[in-house]
Design a protein around this ligand. Structure first.
Ligand code: ARG
Length: 412
């Protein structure tokens, strides 16, 4: 008996995949797996109802803790891709692994997903699955399905799909971000109506301050209250979302090279990323901060690609771990006008001395103001000489050009 495990959401794509895996791919048995990375309850209801109506053997796996932990790892890497905190991208390897586990437990010989051939998710799923001996199928991509064809097929087969979702956006939600794309939003010149947002309210005139505590770069408490990763992220989504924090409207360069218009909301992510960076600003040295930007970019790129288990990422995390030893302390964030702005930071590991930096002190320890005179004399020394040299060339060129111009004109 052949058995395939399908990444199942209960949406149109994955619903049509169920009969297609039997009819077109000849599978005796299809099982559906839905992985919980913090989608809203309605999505699980939809998945369960649809599975039941299809007579599909259905498994739900709770991966929220693991996913939240990965989100907090991404904070230590200040991870964003073109302004987007990578919610969908970070979730895919977690989902793919969870489905793989169920597939192995259930003696499946294949795995399938309902991603199209245009997006990033097909690559992220398959990066995990193609490491195994199981067969991998992508019916929507392989059979070249369009939404229209899927709708007709569903009607023909009397599949349990919600009709008339034509004007709806395509939404992907997990605890780290909510992504909204498709339909009118595909036109970059179209201004999104405010009802695309569900997590973020329109910013009010009100402000609010909260204090976030970090230990080794991990956020651990809000306003003095210790929280586990899932609760902490959910709590900040509520608080910051109410102030309209964390909206991104961007042109995103996908892995296949396509540019697409994406809208995201991610209140907790924006808040934590801003706070974390503010604390790094206090405790890391200038050269650490400068070098870490490159490390963080590489980490973010691999996360976007769904390749968080690449050896490069382990190596980058070696650097990140080393720097985060001092990223312990608190940051006060003020929510104001849709922003989450750090307004205070404190750490016992600050690479900062108020006495040395202050305008009010003349001498601290052995360092006096006048010690800077020597530095000031040398500052920009090479560029002083280089600029003189350039002046010399420029001077000569002006003469030469004038002469050449004259000669050319004469010869013709
Ligand atoms: N473009 C984003 C990414 O690749 C997310 C797309 C989410 N999908 C959706 N149906 N809204 O990470």
């Amino acid at each position: 008996m052949t058995r395939v495990a399908l990444a199942f959401s209960g949406g149109l794509d994955t619903t049509v995949c169920v009969p297609l895996l039997e009819e077109e791919y000849g599978y005796d048995d299809v099982i559906g797996v839905t992985v919980d990375v913090g989608q809203p309850a309605e999505e699980f209801d939809e998945a369960e109802e649809t599975a039941e109506a299809l007579g599909l053997e259905h498994y739900v796996v709770d991966a929220r803790e693991e996913f939240a932990q990965l989100c907090l790892e991404s904070v230590r890497a200040n991870a964003t891709y073109q302004g987007y905190p990578l919610g969908t991208a970070l979730a895919r390897p977690v989902i793919a692994e969870a489905i793989l586990e169920v597939a192995e437990e259930q003696d499946c010989d294949a795995l399938a997903h309902g991603c199209t051939g245009k997006g990033n998710d097909q690559l992220r799923f398959e990066a995990v699955w193609r490491d195994t001996d199981l067969d991998v199928y992508a019916p929507v991509r392989e059979l070249g399905l369009t939404r229209e064809w899927e709708q007709e097929y569903a009607a023909e087969k009397d599949l349990p799909v919600e009709g008339g979702s034509g004007g709806d956006w395509s939404i992907d939600t997990n605890i780290w971000s909510r992504s909204i794309e498709g339909d009118d939003l595909e036109d970059p010149s179209y201004v999104p109506p405010t009802d695309i947002y569900e997590w973020t309210d329109e910013p009010t005139g009100e402000t609010e301050e909260i204090e976030i505590a970090f230990e080794n770069g991990y956020p651990v408490a809000v306003d003095g209250e210790k929280m586990d990763p899932v609760s902490l992220v959910e709590h900040l989504n509520e608080v910051a979302g109410a102030h309209g924090v964390g909206r991104t409207d961007t042109m995103e360069d996908r892995m296949l090279g396509l540019k697409v218009r994406e809208n995201y909301e991610h209140p907790a992510a924006t808040t934590l990323l801003n706070a974390h960076e503010a604390l790094e600003g206090l405790v890391l040295t200038q050269e650490e901060r400068q070098f870490k930007i490159q490390i963080d970019n590489q980490w973010s790129q691999k996360a976007y690609e769904g390749l968080i288990d690449a050896p490069l990422v382990d190596a980058l995390e070696g650097f990140i771990d080393e720097t985060q030893k001092r990223v312990t302390g608190t940051v006060t964030i003020r929510f104001e006008g849709g922003q989450a702005r750090p307004v205070a930071r404190d750490s016992e590991y600050a690479a900062y001395s108020a006495a040395h930096a202050s305008f009010d002190t003349e001498t601290v320890g052995k360092i006096k103001q006048e010690d800077a005179t020597g530095v000031a004399k040398y500052h920009g020394f090479q560029r002083r000489l280089a600029n003189k040299a350039i002046e010399k060339i420029d001077g000569d060129e002006t003469v030469e050009l004038a002469t050449d111009g004259g000669n050319d004109a004469d010869e013709e």
